[in-house]
Design a protein around this ligand. Sequence first.
Ligand SMILES: [Ca+2]
Length: 186
Amino acid sequence: MIYRNARPSPKERACPWLVLLSTLLAAALVLALVPAKAPAQTADTLVYEAESLQETKAATASLRAQGNCCGISWSGDAQLLFRSTKAGDTFTVGGRSFVVPDGGAYDFSAVLTRAPDYGTYQLAIDGREIGVPFDAYNPTAQKTEPLSFGKVRLQRGSHTLTLTVTGKNPAATNYYAGLDVFYFER
Ligand SMILES: [Ca+2]
């Protein structure tokens, strides 16, 4: 009768570790490939962080990048904060920081911030209003899901984005505005 040695050979002992190692490597690869919730920059999707549109053309009140705060984690860890104090306050940004590589029709959407001291405002691209005024009031600070503002036709080259405060919700304590990130999808 032949008795097989119950102890595994060194090669056999190594196998479970190899299997474990390959499983961990595979899991790490899968995690690395899981897409983020927001659209990613591709040939057909252009992504612009609002706070990176730093070439300011005009602003009637303080305009600056604001890092994560108030329990909100923004895309790129920042938003563009406009500390407007009245209806009619406006700013325009863009130019060299808002360049579209290929002309065409794009669906424009934006992640915006709502807060107790935020007003109502209208967005415009290249001076043309897009969508309806957005009421950014909310009893607590939070960012929105990507909100659709409709289609916009963009020529290849640089563009501008304008925000104009139109008023505020009666419950809002000020006229501030906060923009996180913009998406243009063909
Ligand atoms: Ca951002």
